[in-house]
Write a protein that binds this ligand. Structure first.
Ligand SMILES: C[S@@+](CC[C@H](N)C(=O)[O-])C[C@H]1O[C@@H](n2cnc3c(N)ncnc32)[C@H](O)[C@@H]1O
Length: 286
């Protein structure tokens, strides 16, 4: 196959593309090491308990050995006054995220992925929690591999907090999106390969950086802030092999575990609230 090169004008087709010229540019000089931890040696462990949700604080995931998780998917508490939120200052909240992301980095296998669903909050001023997640993840040694804008469309609620109505005095943006931030440990490529379960059409759709599907109903999930099954379903299909172990350190109503079950993956979860753990395990039939 004829290899294309990065040019000043971009390239039409990228199959067999040689990007070495681009990665040699100075813009990468100060960026975290790219794939330096890649090693051909498969050095993975297995958690002693699989398909379980630990009722514990995920700042300490001692149940899990180093390099035992292939994919982490989560939505942390947003610290906005939900029944499980602790009313933390931004600094304290950043510390919670860092603690959990540091543990995530420890338990991920080389080439393992971490996907964090987060929304920005407030208006005056706007607090970009997604940038806090990105900074924390990078400080914990995770490398960023992409960002999905989840367009929640009409399901994002009919907020009419538009500030000044039809006036430039103080119009306010009404977010209809959230983020899914995707990171990797060490290598961008998984060390060992496995059986894929994603088909052509899903691959074409899920590799696009804007996803459109509705939010989940809190009433139906009996949880204040569930994400829809479609969110972990897409991430599991795209980023893991059949039989892989999927972790959610903020398991809530168990959506990540349900998706993992459905797609032939194993799961491990952490959730601090005993009622949510019991409800999820009942639903999962464990
Ligand atoms: C945004 S919700 C997750 C919702 C979940 N994605 C779902 O679909 O149901 C965050 C969850 O994290 C839990 N949580 C908060 N702090 C925690 C901690 N330190 N360790 C473990 N779980 C925690 C909360 O009880 C809450 O259920």
């Amino acid at each position: 196959m004829k290899r294309t090169r990065t040019s000043e004008f971009g390239t039409v087709s990228r199959s067999g593309h040689d990007a070495s010229k681009f990665y040699a540019k100075r813009i990468y000089e100060d960026v975290d090491s790219v794939g330096k931890e890649h090693s051909p040696i498969i050095d993975e462990n297995q958690p002693s308990n699989l398909d379980v949700i630990h009722c514990a604080d995920s700042r300490n995931m001692d149940h899990l050995p180093d390099r035992s998780i292939h994919l982490m998917i989560t939505s942390p508490p947003y610290n906005v006054g939900k029944e499980y939120d602790d009313d933390l200052s931004l600094l304290e909240y950043g510390r919670l995220l860092s603690d959990v992301l540091r543990e995530t980095h420890r338990v991920l296998v080389n080439g393992g992925r971490a996907c964090v669903n987060i929304a920005n909050v407030g208006r005056s001023p706007y607090i970009p929690l997604h940038s806090l997640v990105i900074d924390s993840a990078r400080a914990c040694g995770l490398l960023m591999r992409g960002e999905v804008i989840w367009d929640k469309g009409a399901s994002s609620g009919s907020s009419c907090a538009w500030g000044s109505w039809k006036s430039a005095s103080n119009p306010v943006l009404r977010d209809v999106h959230e983020y899914i931030l995707v990171f990797t440990k060490g290598s961008f490529k998984r060390t060992a390969s496995g059986e894929n379960s994603i088909g052509r059409d899903e691959f074409l759709e899920f590799t696009k950086s804007v996803w459109r599907f509705p939010a989940a109903s809190a009433r139906k999930a009996n949880h204040p802030a569930p994400f829809p099954l479609e969110l972990p379903r897409r991430l599991i299909q795209l980023y893991s092999f059949v039989g892989d172990v999927v972790l959610d350190p903020f398991m809530g109503s168990g959506t990540t575990a349900q998706a993992a079950n459905m797609l032939g993956r194993r799961y491990v979860g952490y959730e601090i609230n005993k009622n949510y753990v019991e409800q999820s395990m009942r639903l999962l039939g464990e």
